[in-house]
Design a protein around this ligand. Structure first.
Ligand SMILES: NC(=O)c1ccc[n+]([C@@H]2O[C@H](COP(=O)([O-])OP(=O)(O)OC[C@H]3O[C@@H](n4cnc5c(N)ncnc54)[C@H](OP(=O)(O)O)[C@@H]3O)[C@@H](O)[C@H]2O)c1
Length: 264
């Protein structure tokens, strides 16, 4: 069998921020209320588990651009902590946890959880009589880095790196959007946003807003604020599967996937 193909890093590859948001009306000092995009509540998501979005996130972030490569997901330490212990670090991706911790306790915690995950995967494979659980190159790994810049530098030095996603939370999305000042790119990468719009609308009823305490850092994502909304065909190409702009119902919620690119 030929060895898995790996490719060098192309710096024109995008950096994709992937997020699920819900519109929240907030009182403003001006005459009109403003709409902000809520993303979190009490350290977790504002809505109950939405399978459609969870599986979309899992597929898009783990699907490598080519065989033999592994995608990376960059997240703040609080977002890492918000992932259920039994699932973290997320499989078949390189988790990069950003933390200012200098005591080593965050690194130690992540390292132990990675070891436990690998042991669990090996035990499962042995039980099923398989030698390998992962495709070549589709490794599960996790590291802790002191900043987004350091994380990107570390990833760019890795062989077999696939796509890079920033998966939140608000502080890390904010850092990525702030740092993208180099010709509106970050580390030479165009910045994209793949967003799931979430609303709660019981069948036949009115929309009922969620409660949120954590928000997407931008209040608007239109041409004026420097963003281009992409069509469903382009979004499908970005995420590697067909996406339409249709709203899909799941229980009391409706979700819709959209995409934005920073205008150069
Ligand atoms: N809706 C969505 O798609 C989505 C996605 C992700 C998260 N969320 C939600 O968002 C909330 C968490 O977001 P958050 O903004 O509170 O936290 P966060 O961004 O996940 O993590 C914040 C932590 O990251 C580290 N950090 C932040 N900026 C840093 C920097 N410049 N340099 C080094 N380290 C830095 C710090 O870790 P230390 O304290 O360890 O130093 C900080 O406490 C949760 O409710 C979560 O469920 C929602």
């Amino acid at each position: 069998m030929p060895p898995p193909t790996t490719s060098p890093i192309h710096h024109s590859l995008p950096l994709t921020l992937i997020v699920a948001t819900t519109p929240i009306r907030v009182a403003s000092a001006h005459a009109h209320d403003e709409t902000r995009l809520g993303i979190g509540l009490n350290g977790t998501l504002p809505w109950p588990r939405i399978k459609t979005d969870m599986s979309f996130f899992a597929r898009v972030t783990s699907h490598p651009p080519q065989k033999g490569t592994t995608n990376a997901i960059i997240m703040g330490r609080k977002t890492y902590d918000s992932v259920p212990k039994s699932l973290r670090p997320l499989g078949k991706r390189i988790s990069v946890v950003i933390s200012r911790d200098t005591t080593g306790s965050v690194s130690e915690g992540v390292r132990k959880e990675l070891e436990a995950k690998k042991a669990k995967m090996a035990a499962k494979a042995a039980e099923e009589g398989k030698e390998k659980v992962e495709e070549p190159g589709q490794d599960t790994d996790a590291i802790v880095m002191p900043s987004l810049d350091a994380a990107l530098k570390e990833l760019e030095g890795m062989e077999g790196l696939g796509k890079i996603f920033v998966i939140g939370g608000a502080e890390i999305y904010g850092a990525a959007l702030r740092d993208a000042s180099d010709g509106l790119k970050l580390h030479g990468r165009p910045v994209r946003v793949v967003m799931t719009n979430v609303i709660r609308k019981p069948e036949g009823g009115e929309e009922v807003p969620f409660e949120c305490d954590t928000f997407w850092p931008l209040d608007s994502m239109d041409n004026v604020s420097g963003w281009r909304s992409v069509g469903s065909e382009e979004l499908s190409e970005w995420v590697g599967e067909e996406v339409t702009w249709e709203w899909k119902r799941e229980g009391e919620c409706e979700v819709q996937m959209v995409g934005f690119e920073r205008l150069g």
